[in-house]
Design a protein around this ligand. Structure first.
Ligand SMILES: [Zn+2]
Ligand SMILES: [Zn+2]
Ligand SMILES: [Zn+2]
Ligand SMILES: [Zn+2]
Ligand SMILES: [Zn+2]
Ligand SMILES: [Zn+2]
Ligand SMILES: [Zn+2]
Length: 1754
């Protein structure tokens, strides 16, 4: 077997044969062959198996080369009849490039569509074309392509405007109709034709070949070896994991190989997983089949002969070649089209293209993709052949769809997905409708695939199996096709089009008939339903069809003849559905207020009712359209209305609306959630247009054709309320009999719902055709009512408005007329606010309000009115007039039955009893009365002839009820109610009604009586108005007084509260004081002498007790060395925020020596704190409790928390800020007073002696090797200097609890900073503390510079407190370590500064960050000083350290940061100052030591400038350090930004402002030091080294620059390929915002191992780039991702906003996005502040679902 695998590398014997091969000779042999076809096949049969598939490991490069030479070159020679390079170039010259761009989209590539100009949303442009088009100035939409599909640039049918970009603009001289073949010789045409037809035939034969062991005739191989492939195919059933697992078992490969196999299978559709003899492959096959067949159908595996596979490989190659060759010439493309569509002898649909299509579902993915691409670059690019292809496609449509149903591939790789390319072309679509009856075909195919029906032929989706559900999903793509066909409406109709459209329309009605009445429900009484019935399928169908139904109506509307016919068809369909609509129900007669009507006995609450009535609703839609036609205005008698039976029309929609009302009333509770969901969707914006809205229209249509009294009685009867209103006595009986509260409540709700329905029937007039309005009025009204609830963002409004098939709401056209836009700030989003003048159009009973919307809107509007000083009545708005067909609807308002109902409710309100009455009922009655009054007023105002107004509501409500009941008139009842104390809320409304009644009466009188009364009336009116005004003013004044009173009360309450909680307030005040203690010290103690923070002249801080309060026990505590420890919650983290070298490999934590920080600051340890103070013992108790809780929780359920207790994390008990340790608070250490200040030279000597003494002392501690005592040591043994006692053990000043906390924090810093296990004995513990202290100071210094804030006084308290505690801690931490080890650190640190030729090796000054050195030196010196009793002062030591380190830094700056002289910024005029001379002197010295390595610079001015700039950050950091260490207040000048900063800074540090004096004043001491520094071999190495040289000042790191336009990023991501799986597109390209690396996230291919765990690319990257913390942009999602560690993460709003000030996370809306710099800066600031981890913690606390995400896999 092994032999079989290795044997067949490319046989070298063949190579010579290959070398002798001449394509030219072969081609000429072909042209002389008698049987051309056979000769070419022979050639292929001979060579293909010799080139392709020769072993288990394919060698694509070799194959490619040989295939080009042996197979393709002869084809090209034959085609051109000369050298192909010349021939093809000639062809290219005469090429007429297609006007179509035709760029095929890659997955994830950005596509653009124009909302204004695209014919439909499927018309898209590639980025190139878009940028060159007019649309980039329009309202465009941007999306990412799912792959497949191509750019529509140049397609005149795709764009209403600007179809060409600059590049594809056709030449005007072009006659595009010209036959492209005209330029070609007939010889050439013939050759091309024959070669194309053979190659295409060969490819089609091979790709559709199904035999595993044989080849088509003519291709049989000359020799046949026993060589097979075991080929694994892709399916959609098995998961990645299953395939990987099975492969490992079956072919015995590693997991990595299995992953790679699985990835290829998924991408290409198949992959050979084993190569060898038949037996060997067969065996693998059986294992795979056995392993995958348990639950599902097995994975498809075939054992194929290698020659078959070889030919299939070449077939794909050949198709690619065709694609390539036709790219040279439109003529060749045309010939290929002809060849492809040529019918063969086998008859219809037998062309090669037909064969391919019909075999589509049998091919593997890779083959399909290749031939689909060829179709796109050939047939779809040739406008003439596109039509012919479309016809073939339509002819095969039914079969292709049927195949697709059984195909287990996604639709994108099915040939059926090409429908979008064909059907969306309007002319093609119309042609297909007419010629191929496409509409009918699609609809019938669809109906045929939904087979489950009930006895009456309706769809039945109950008991749906998974497989049926799968099929149902597939079949929905047909609806998509239908949508494409309908998407552009015809502007002209031919008789043929009418005929075929109507044929399609009736087919569609057949479909709707199957839906009419499906999924009926019956009210459940007694028991709750046992199983929720399936309802989603039916609603999915409805939702999918919604746009189709709307489009059908729009098509009908565009032609009157079609409309009338369609109306008749629909009516017939409805009659068919409900022909005997009584369904055997009993006829009954209803009578009320002297009217009677015949109807049937039917109760929604007892019988079957369905929410699905698409036939009725389609008819309703057409009815409205008819109403808009001219016929309706002029000759309504010509409309087919006489056949209508209004009671039949309204019956089912009414039942549906009653069902909703009853559900609201709680009568259907036992039917479970499925019904609630259905009702929800019925009203939802996605469905309502073709459901609820149309039901309402149907009621309006019915009511307009009926006697209003009859209509209302039927409504009452269906609502099951007839008995309540029909007789006056009933209520009394009902009162007595029905004590059941539930029923009373139900009936109340039903009455409210019914009144609302009546309002809607009369008042909803904003659909064009019902009222006299434009379609934009309808949208305006929707928007107004949304904004009446509250101001909304653009996307919220879009969501609340129905979208058309183009996903447009039409909102842009009208929004500015009703709303004003308010821009967003750094957070939040832009909002639209209603224009005040639009508020009067507010209708409380707007039909699209949910109950919740309604009450929110009511509250908002009442509040608004009160603010404006108006009364709070919300009367109905004035309505537009109705269209003639609906005109009679107004009579509902004044009909007897309604008046009786209104009277009854008012009567109940007057005598409230029981609970048979509700305020909302009354509110609705008042609203209805208001509507009627406004109607009357309108009619009066508009009537031309006096007294012509038949609508006389005022008269009717003034009449009392007739005998015998003798009820009072409605008006009288209202007057009574006006003063009813229990109706305070409605008073304003009643007053408004009475006023309106009066006004109407005046109007009527005016029109009837003489004109002179007019004046009286007017003046009367005026006085009324004046009174009104005065009244309003008075109310406003009262409101103001009331407000003031409330404010006074509130502040009184506050005072009271403060008194009561005095303690608390005092505490917080003290806390404030404690934390601002530093800032209080700002005022310099004596203004005359400038304060100095370091050295012998340093100012002494005033003695001050520090008293703080524990946040846990609220006890006060003074901070003392010997007191109980107080601690700050703190968070220590590794950081690379300031790194200047992200490529430095992270050090081995076990052996790393952190004593010297490299100037590139590549890894640091940052400490932050929220500033909250606790007792150490209180904290310990708290933390133990957290631990215990965590243990309990883990036992119960395995959920994550936002913090990792095992790693010491906890949340601050007060502010929930993430913390992982605590810092102890320490008092200021007081330096000993001493006047002994040795000079630098003397001091250096003393230190040197001390170090020597320590050396020998340390040696003595070590076990001495007897006999081998170093000679040098003995001579070196000099007596220690005076007063220095190396054996003295100093007394530890700290209490045990403070000592414990010193250890706790030190160990935590060590553990986190080095990523090691805690070990408090490790000598590196104090080093890590000093380093963290220095690093934190430096990062804060940078932050202040970046934020342009002064050095002192601008930090938030928490940072100030944290810094102070951190520095004081660091100065004390040595006390917990072993003294010799700390002293040893000091000795090594000092050696780097004061080189000791005999000492150990130390780094050069270019490898040391000077600030870190300074901090470590100063802090470690304490360990030496404590043994010194000579009276030497710490202050002088600090001063000398500062001076020498500063000079070293100056030298460092001079060595690294001096660029070659530039003349441009040289100030030539200025005479050289003292500084300049001094710096030149020093630079000269350095150049003497390092001749060839430094530029020659003569300008002192230039050097001095560089030094100043380079040293400044160091000086600022040093100032912060000594300020907190020694507690000296900073001078006021350093509390402000500005000039003079330098001098004050130097003065505060006790340094000369001419820093060079440090050198020039001590030349004899400093000279040798400088020489020592320069002579270190490391300096030269560094200056010449390969590594990046750090120069000073170090710039602050920024996040990478992002492009302004988001699509640039999408484009960048779309061309990004996975770095590991060779050229594959990455699914989730993710950009690191810190370093700009693009990563392949969330994918198997790029997982990496980290600490023995597989993690995703992002997590792996965070550990190299951000030491565990990462900031990423997920490009496809437009989402920022924060990661910390392996388990923490959150999503964050991206810095990209659309024009409406909103982000688009998930890129769902597709509005153009632009960079918002403020928001990006905010993210950058968060990063620089080391706040990412904290932000994640807060996000996870706020949103628990974030905790469960496996962040490490991203
Ligand atoms: Zn394009
Ligand atoms: Zn273009
Ligand atoms: Zn446009
Ligand atoms: Zn406490
Ligand atoms: Zn806190
Ligand atoms: Zn990858
Ligand atoms: Zn990075």
């Amino acid at each position: 077997m092994a032999a079989a695998e290795t044997d067949r590398e490319v046989p070298s014997a063949l190579c010579s044969e290959f070398l002798d091969f001449s394509p030219r000779d072969t081609a000429s042999k072909w042209s002389h062959a008698s049987d051309f076809h056979r000769t070419v096949y022979q050639h292929l049969a001979c060579y293909v198996p010799k080139i392709y598939c020769l072993g288990p490991n394919l060698n694509p490069q070799n194959e490619e080369l040989l295939a080009q030479l042996l197979l393709l070159a002869p084809l090209e020679w034959y085609l051109c009849d000369e050298d192909p390079s010349a021939g093809l170039a000639k062809l290219e010259q005469s090429n007429q490039p297609s006007q179509l761009c035709g760029h095929v989209f890659k997955v994830g590539e950005p596509t653009y569509s124009c909302r204004e100009c695209a014919a439909d949303p499927t018309c898209v442009l590639c980025m190139q074309c878009f940028l060159g088009s007019v649309h980039k100035e329009h309202r465009y939409r941007m999306t990412t392509s799912g792959g497949g599909g191509f750019c529509d640039c140049g397609d005149t049918e795709a764009w209403k405007k600007g179809p060409y970009c600059q590049k594809h603009e056709p030449n005007i001289s072009d006659t595009s109709q010209e036959d492209p073949l005209a330029h070609l010789s007939s010889d050439m045409i013939a050759r091309t034709r024959s070669i194309f037809s053979i190659v295409l035939k060969y490819s089609v034969d091979m790709l559709t070949w199904e035999k595993e062991d044989e080849l088509p005739s003519g291709l049989e191989p000359l020799e046949r070896g026993d060589t097979y492939y075991c080929m694994l195919f892709n399916d959609e059933v098995h998961t990645y994991e299953q395939v990987i697992y099975t492969l490992q078992k079956a072919v015995n490969c590693t997991q990595k190989e299995a992953v790679s196999f699985a990835t290829t299978v998924d991408r290409d559709g198949r992959k050979s997983v084993r190569y060898g003899d038949f037996q060997f492959c067969e065996q693998a096959k059986s294992v795979i089949v056995r392993n995958t067949s348990r639950q599902t159908k097995p994975l498809r595996v075939q054992v194929m002969h290698s020659s078959v596979v070889a030919h299939q490989c070449f077939a794909l190659k050949a198709l690619g070649w065709l694609s390539h060759v036709i790219g040279y010439s439109d003529a060749l493309r045309r010939i290929l089209c002809q060849v492809g569509l040529e019918k063969t002898l086998e008859g219809e649909n037998s062309s090669l293209v037909d064969t391919l299509m019909l075999c589509d579902s049998k091919m593997w993915k890779g083959a399909r993709n290749v031939y689909h691409q060829l179709l796109m670059s050939s047939l779809l690019m040739d406008l003439k052949y596109k039509k012919l292809f479309a016809i073939q496609f339509a002819k095969n449509y039914r079969r292709l769809q049927t195949d697709f149903m059984e195909d287990d591939h996604e639709r994108v790789v099915s040939v059926t997905s090409l429908s979008v390319q064909l059907f969306t072309v309007p002319t093609v679509a119309r042609m297909l409708i007419m010629e191929e009856n496409l509409m009918t075909t699609i609809i019938r195919t669809f109906v045929d695939h939904l087979r489950h029906r009930d006895q009456r032929g309706r769809f039945q989706f109950e008991r749906y199996t998974a497989q049926q559900a799968f099929k149902f999903r597939r079949v929905q793509s047909l609806i998509g096709d239908l949508k494409y066909v309908l998407i552009s409406r015809p502007t002209e109709w031919s008789d043929k089009l009418r005929e075929k459209f109507l044929e399609g329309f009736s087919a569609f009605l057949e479909l709707l008939k199957c839906m009419q009445g499906m999924d009926p429900v019956v009210r459940q009484v007694g028991q709750h339903i046992e199983m929720e019935p399936e309802w989603e399928a039916a609603f999915t169908l409805q939702m999918k069809l919604t746009h189709i139904i709307s489009m059908m109506q729009e098509w009908c509307a565009s032609d009157e003849k079609v409309l009338v016919e369609a109306y008749k068809f629909s009516l017939a369909a409805l009659t068919h559905c409900h022909g005997g609509f009584t369904d055997g129900e009993q006829p009954i007669t209803l009578s009320m207020s002297g009217h009677s009507v015949d109807t049937i006995r039917y109760c929604v609450s007892q019988e079957k009712v369905s929410i699905h009535l698409p036939v009725s609703r389609l008819l309703a839609g057409l009815h409205v359209l008819l109403s808009k036609t001219e016929v309706a205005y002029r000759f309504p008698e010509q409309l087919p209305l006489s056949e209508l039976s209004p009671p039949m029309l309204i019956e089912h929609p009414l039942r549906c609306l009653v069902l909703c009302a009853q559900v609201h009333a709680g009568m259907w509770r036992r039917n479970g959630f499925s019904l609630v969901n259905q009702i929800y969707y019925y009203h939802n914006v996605k469905c309502r247009v073709e459901m609820f809205d149309k039901d309402l229209i149907m009621l309006q249509a019915g009511a307009s054709m009926m006697d209003p009294n009859h209509f209302l009685m039927i409504v009452l009867s269906r609502f099951e309320l007839y008995h309540i209103f029909s007789s006056a006595d009933y209520r009394k009986r009902y009162n007595r009999e029905n004590a059941n509260k539930d029923i009373i409540q139900q009936n109340n709700t039903l009455i409210e719902e019914m009144l609302h329905l009546i309002m809607m029937v009369v008042g909803e007039r904003f659909a064009p055709g019902i009222g006299m309005v434009q379609s934009c009025d309808e949208i305006k009204r929707e928007i107004i009512h949304q904004l009446c609830i509250r101001p909304m963002a653009h996307s919220e409004l879009v969501k609340a408005l129905p979208e058309n098939e183009n996903k447009e709401t039409g909102m842009e056209r009208v929004i500015d007329s009703v709303a004003s836009f308010k821009k967003p700030g750094v957070t939040g989003r832009g909002l639209y606010e209603l224009r005040p003048e639009c508020a009067k159009q507010f209708n409380l009973y707007f039909h699209h309000y949910s109950r919740a919307d309604q009450s929110k809107a009511e509250e908002a509007q009442r509040k608004l009115k009160r603010q404006n000083g108006e009364d709070s009545a919300l009367p109905p708005p004035v309505l537009p007039p109705l269209c003639p067909l609906f005109a009679s609807l107004v009579n509902l308002l004044q009909c007897d039955v309604l008046l009786a109902m209104l009277g009854t409710v008012l009567q109940w309100a007057v005598e409230p009893s029981g609970g048979h009455w509700s305020e909302s009922m009354l509110q609705r009655v008042l609203h209805l009365i208001g509507m009627a009054l406004l109607e009357e007023q309108q009619q009066l105002e508009n009537s031309i002839e006096e007294n012509d107004v038949g609508f006389n509501f005022t008269l009717k409500i003034s009449r009392p009820g007739e005998a015998p009941s003798n009820t009072p008139s409605i008006l009288a009842l209202l007057e009574t109610l006006q003063n009813a104390p229990h109706l305070e809320v409605h008073k304003d409304m009643i007053r408004w009604i009475l006023k309106t009644v009066a006004a109407i009466k005046t109007m009527r009188e005016r029109t009837t009586t003489a004109p002179e009364t007019d004046a009286v009336g007017q003046s009367q009116e005026e006085t009324v108005r004046d009174k009104d005004k005065a009244e309003r003013k008075r109310k406003a004044e009262m409101a103001r007084l009331r407000r003031e009173k409330i404010m006074a009360q509130m502040s009184e309450m506050q005072r009271h509260f403060i008194n009561e909680n005095k303690e608390l307030f005092q505490q917080s005040l003290e806390e404030l004081e404690a934390s601002t203690s530093a800032s209080l010290e700002h005022s310099p103690t004596s203004p005359d002498t400038a304060s100095v923070c370091v050295g012998p002249r340093r100012s002494r801080p005033s003695e001050k007790r520090l008293v703080v309060t524990c946040i846990l026990c609220q006890e006060e505590q003074e901070v003392r060395e010997d007191g109980r420890a107080m601690v700050l919650a703190a968070f220590v983290q590794r950081s690379t925020v300031m790194s200047k070298n992200r490529r430095r490999p992270s050090p081995n934590p076990e052996r790393y020596d952190p004593l010297f920080m490299h100037p590139d600051l590549s890894f640091g340890t940052h400490t932050g704190s929220c500033g909250h103070i606790m007792h150490s013992h209180c904290w310990q108790r708290y933390f133990e409790a957290v631990q215990a809780k965590e243990q309990r929780r883990q036992q119960r359920l395995r959920v994550h928390t936002s913090y990792d207790v095992e790693n010491g994390e906890f949340l601050c008990p007060l502010c929930e800020c993430l913390s992982n340790t605590v810092i102890p608070l320490l008092p200021l250490t007081r330096g000993s007073k001493s006047s002994d200040h040795p000079g630098l030279g003397q001091w250096l000597g003393v230190i040197g002696q001390q170090v020597k003494a320590l050396h020998s002392a340390h040696k003595k501690l070590k076990p001495v090797d007897a006999g081998a005592v170093d000679e040098a040591d003995r001579t070196d043994e000099s007596p220690p200097p005076d007063g220095f006692k190396p054996n003295y053990v100093p007394k530890d000043p700290y209490s045990s609890s403070i000592k414990e906390m010193l250890t706790t924090f030190g160990t935590a810093t060590y553990k986190i900073g080095l990523k090691v296990h805690p070990n408090e004995q490790d000598p590196r513990v104090p080093i890590m503390c000093w380093t963290s202290c220095a690093y934190t100071i430096q990062s804060i210094e940078r932050l202040l510079v970046d934020e342009e804030k002064p050095l002192f006084g601008s930090l938030p308290c928490r940072q100030d407190d944290c810094l102070q505690s951190l520095i004081r801690f660091s100065s004390a931490c040595w006390t917990t370590s072993s003294l010799p080890s700390v002293q040893n650190h000091f000795i090594r640190l000092l050696a780097a500064l004061v080189p000791d030729p005999q000492g150990e090796s130390h780094p050069s000054i270019l490898d040391v960050d000077m600030f870190h050195l300074l901090v470590s030196l100063v802090l470690s010196y304490s360990s030496v000083h404590c043994q010194d009793s000579s009276g030497l002062n710490v202050d002088s030591a600090q001063q000398h350290f500062l001076q020498v380190v500063t000079l070293a830094h100056v030298v460092q700056v001079l060595l690294t940061s001096i660029p070659a002289e530039t003349t441009m910024d040289q100030e030539t005029g200025a005479g050289s100052s003292e500084e300049e001379a001094a710096v030149c002197l020093l630079y000269g010295l350095l150049r003497r030591h390092l001749v060839s390595d430094l530029y020659e610079v003569t300008s002192g001015w230039h050097l001095w400038r560089c030094v100043k700039a380079g040293v400044l950050p160091y000086l600022r950091s040093a100032a912060l350090f000594f300020h907190h260490l020694n507690g000296v207040p900073a001078p006021p000048e350093l509390h402000a930004q500005g000039p003079g900063h330098w001098e004050h800074l130097c003065a505060y540090l006790g340094l000369p402002s001419n820093l060079l004096q440090l050198y020039s004043s001590y030349q004899d001491l400093m000279g040798p030091l400088c020489q020592g520094w320069c002579s270190h071999p490391g300096v030269r190495e560094c200056l010449h080294g390969s590594g990046p040289l750090v120069s000073f000042p170090r710039e602050s790191n920024r996040l990478i620059d992002l492009p302004d336009d988001y699509s640039a990023l999408i484009n960048q991501a779309s061309s990004f390929t996975c770095p590991k799986s060779g050229g594959d597109k990455s699914r989730a390209p993710t950009l690191c915002l810190v370093c700009g690396t693009m990563l392949c996230s969330q994918s198997y291919c790029c997982q990496a191992e980290l600490d023995g765990e597989d993690v995703g690319a992002c997590t792996a990257h965070t550990f190299t780039c951000g030491s565990g913390v990462g900031i990423f942009l997920r490009v496809r999602e437009s989402q920022v991702l924060f990661l910390a560690g392996k388990t923490k993460g959150c999503f964050y709003a991206p810095p990209y906003l659309d024009d409406y000030g909103e982000t688009d996370q998930g890129l769902r809306r597709g509005n153009p996005l632009h960079l918002c710099r403020e928001r990006y800066r905010k993210i950058q600031k968060l990063w620089r502040q080391h706040g990412i981890t904290e932000e994640i913690g807060h996000a996870q606390e706020a949103n628990q679902t974030l905790v469960g995400i496996d962040w490490q896999h991203l």
